[in-house]
Write a protein that binds this ligand. Structure first.
Ligand code: HEC
Ligand code: HEC
Ligand code: HEC
Ligand code: HEC
Ligand code: HEC
Length: 416
């Protein structure tokens, strides 16, 4: 008996993705065919620029969004360059459709070995088109799926009969598409040092905005033309301004125009700073566990000299574990503002005279981490994903947006 077990173990192939991790959408790329069927016959390729040829307003919005920059990002590529990152898995959400991927990955794809998730046993993907990986979260990630006959169709919110391409009316599918990447399932452990910790939908469901969709806040309506030359009507913007820290300086400068609204309200009273998560239906910050707010209070005398200063960090802290010793990653603290939460912070500033200045900075990446990213060497495969990267890295890292100031205010307490 024990002999048999030994033999079967010896011959066993490494597990499939489904065996190892169960059933999660993010384990495989989205099965979106490389073309959609045209109503009059023939087909249309699903590159963003092709869709954008007719849907110009949507394309312009999307081009400046972080979805379009999900691969064109110094931090993302630098993380991928680390030897312990499962690139295939990162790309499942950052370059998510099958034509963007060189290899075919399905739930029955096997890991290359039982004790590592870094590589898979894959075949060349016949639908792969060079150059498409860089499109990041492209139109097709949300809009293109297979029809019952296997041909590509466009998932639409209205079911227009005026489109030259097939349309499947499915507003619920479109509204629900966000969650598969932004809330893939709380606390899934990919490896002990790599937990998946995006819980935006769970945070939303637990708060006062439960029932609202991500689309309601992140895709505000605006009057525009659905296709070139059409009369303007109320359509959804495709900017996803989010936390307002776009990946380019221009994106940061235009964030408000593209719909960025700070989720935070700040009011000042003598020695008290009231912070309210007034507009984000989820925690502030949400998403990437490395995002945080830095609240800084400074007390100055009438001549401007600093009398005292204090600061508060609002975010998560993590011990990222140690792959070598097997110490698992774990969250060590979380003082984020939950949806609707009102928190009064009393900075330790001695004396009740002078002027109190309060600044709140939203940070997605610290300057130390940014410098580390810039120093990473990328292999040819990663370099090909963003040919313009060398020029971005040649500019001072300070030009790469990492944080924005979301509040600045002063309160006179009394002459010194
Ligand atoms: C389940 C889908 C999913 C997977 C898998 C995934 N990501 Fe992401 N990633 C996201 C989403 C959603 C965001 C946006 C969250 C935010 O901006 O706070 C994001 C944001 C990021 C960012 C930008 C963070 C910021 O604050 O702007 C980096 C860098 C990143 N991911 C790297 C990776 C790497 C490296 C991997 C693989 C180890 C990976 N991601 C795997 C969904 C995913
Ligand atoms: C992250 C997901 C996502 C991506 C990427 C995306 N869209 Fe959309 N799109 C949506 C959602 C959601 C709606 C419907 C919103 C609603 O009305 O509920 C929509 C609506 C539309 C509509 C219908 C008219 C309107 O604005 O309501 C068009 C046309 C459209 N998108 C085109 C595009 C094009 C072209 C691209 C790429 C340049 C693109 N979309 C990328 C999610 C996405
Ligand atoms: C040749 C021009 C053209 C191209 C290319 C094109 N579309 Fe369209 N699309 C249209 C027209 C026209 C409509 C109908 C607009 C209306 O209802 O007035 C439409 C409608 C839509 C809608 C709304 C469907 C609904 O529910 O009413 C979506 C979403 C959409 N297109 C997405 C895409 C995507 C994604 C691509 C790329 C794969 C794409 N389109 C390529 C012309 C085009
Ligand atoms: C296929 C995976 C995927 C889907 C589907 C998806 N996202 Fe994202 N989203 C991402 C990734 C990855 C990023 C981060 C890109 C980066 O920072 O490089 C992101 C970034 C964002 C951001 C910007 C965060 C910031 O502060 O810059 C917002 C807001 C957002 N997504 C909202 C949505 C909404 C709303 C939907 C549904 C209509 C949606 N996403 C669907 C993967 C996805
Ligand atoms: C009630 C409105 C509202 C709803 C609903 C909402 N958001 Fe947000 N979201 C915001 C606001 C406001 C911000 C800007 C927060 C800030 O000040 O940085 C934000 C920021 C973000 C960010 C950037 C990270 C950050 O903390 O700044 C991501 C990613 C995001 N939202 C994803 C989602 C997803 C995914 C959903 C649906 C599950 C969703 N949001 C639902 C209002 C909303």
């Amino acid at each position: 008996m024990s002999m048999l077990v030994l033999i079967s173990l010896g011959c066993a192939e490494p597990p499939t993705l489904a065996d190892r991790f169960g059933d999660h959408a993010f384990l495989t790329p989205i099965d979106a065919p490389p073309t959609v069927a045209l109503v009059a016959g023939g087909e249309l390729d699903t590159r963003a620029a092709t869709c954008g040829g007719c849907h110009q307003a949507h394309y312009q919005d999307w081009s400046q969004s972080t979805h379009a920059a999900a691969v064109h990002d110094v931090q993302f590529l630098a993380e991928l360059a680390k030897p312990d990152q499962p690139r295939w898995l990162c790309l499942n959400c950052h370059a998510p459709t099958s034509p963007q991927r060189a290899e075919t990955i399905t739930a029955s794809t096997r890991l290359a070995s039982a004790d590592s998730i870094l590589t898979l046993q894959t075949n060349r993907n016949p639908d792969y088109e060079r150059g498409r990986t860089s499109e990041g979260v492209t139109c097709a990630a949300c809009h293109v799926r297979r029809d019952t006959d296997g041909a590509g169709t466009v998932i639409g919110p209205h079911g227009s009969g005026k489109a030259p391409h097939r349309v499947r009316h499915d507003p619920a599918a479109l509204e629900g598409v966000c969650v598969s990447c932004h809330s893939p399932g709380a606390e899934i452990v990919i490896t002990p040092t790599f937990p998946c910790w995006f819980t935006t939908a769970e945070e939303l469901a637990a708060g006062p905005s439960a029932g609202k969709t991500c689309v309601a806040c992140h895709m505000p309506s605006a009057e525009r033309a659905v296709v070139v030359d059409a009369a303007p009507r109320s359509l959804r913007r495709h900017t996803w301004a989010g936390g307002g820290i776009a990946k380019t300086a221009e994106g940061v400068a235009t964030a408000v125009e593209r719909g960025f609204v700070s989720g935070l309200d700040v009011t000042l009273a003598p020695m008290a700073v009231t912070l309210t998560n007034a507009r984000a239906g989820h925690s502030l910050p949400t998403g990437d566990p490395e995002r945080f707010f830095l609240v800084e209070a400074t007390l100055r005398d009438d001549a401007g000299a600093v009398l005292a200063a204090d600061s508060l960090r609002i975010g998560q802290t993590w011990d990222w574990g140690d792959a070598a010793t097997g110490r698992p990653a774990r969250q060590t603290a979380d003082n984020r503002l939950t949806a609707g939460e009102v928190r009064v912070w009393t900075p330790r500033l001695t004396g009740r005279v002078g002027t109190m200045t309060v600044t709140v900075t939203s940070v997605r990446l610290t300057s130390d981490n940014a410098a580390e990213m810039a120093a990473v060497t990328l292999d040819a495969e990663l370099q090909e994903l963003w040919p313009a990267l060398p020029s971005v890295l040649a500019a001072p890292m300070a030009a790469y947006p990492r944080s924005i100031v979301v509040f600045e205010g002063t309160l006179a307490l009394g002459p010194t």
